[in-house]
Ligand binder design. Sequence first.
Ligand code: G3I
Length: 303
Amino acid sequence: SSTLGAAAAGSGRYFGTAVAAGKLGDSTYSTILDREFNMITPENEMKWDTTEPSRGNFNFGPADQIVNHATAHGQRMRGHTLVWHSQLPGWVSSITDANTLRSVMDNHITTEMNHFKGRIYAWDVVNEAFADGGSGQHRSSVFQNVLGNGFIEQAFRTARAADPAAKLCYNDYNIENWSDAKTQGVYTMVRDFKARGVPIDCVGFQSHFGTGGPPAGFQTTLSNFASLGVDVQITELDIAQASPTAYANTVKACMNVARCTGMTVWGIRDSDSWRTGENPLLFDTGGNKKPAYDAVLSALGGG
Ligand code: G3I
């Protein structure tokens, strides 16, 4: 196969990208998008500050643009994200009453998932709930501080009830290195959820890497999580300076794990990246394929 999406499909996987609604009218952008990618994650449009800017007032317009584009071009969608401490409107972060926050969180999950029902392959139900550093515990957030440790379980149970057909993922960064306390914290949570029947189907490894690419144990991490009975996915891949070897190593780690169902890069051209000046993506600012593109295509089994 000669495109990323088709090459990934050759092994039953997908190859996706983050998309910004405001760029869909840029023909260089949309031409690459529709040629190469068969999964789309909205970069910002499904986040709480956009979708429920004030209590009970929902705005799905920007996300609908992306979902409609995906439907028209045969691409699947990852939903990103329902419960996250960032890009969270002030009216949510200032809630101090647990019953109020629980009902606000459940209503947000249910309303957003219902709106997109049948059009989302997998949802990042909870994003980045674990702390950086050595604690292995949840980070401080309004959800953690007001609802306590059970907020993640509550969010997943509510999500399953809202759309039983969607896959439900936990998504985080810096959980790629098996020996890190943060990785172990997430692993312990997923193991506990599976043991107690809390609904969870997948774990997303964001994979925002430095110049060297993935940590040496990345494949071990993917396979250890998969052994718990969840799918694993690379959800926001970008690598400073986009070394072809670093990209190929990342893709190979996924290809070597049967339950690694797909990979998503966090943007199309370097100019689309949140990592200004790091040139971390597969296409240059002019939309030309970079050496990392060829390395990824070949690691996917294409070429
Ligand atoms: O839309 C406003 C615009 O109205 C305003 O004029 C402008 C001025 O700053 O800001 C615009 O919002 C920006 C938004 O992107 C849309 O472009 C925000 O400032 C900016 O902070 C926001 O950045 C996003 C970032 O998440 C915020 O946390 C990035 O685009 C997005 O790539 C990034 O994605 C996250 C994932 O969701 C989760 N994992 C980490 C990843 C990288 O940070």
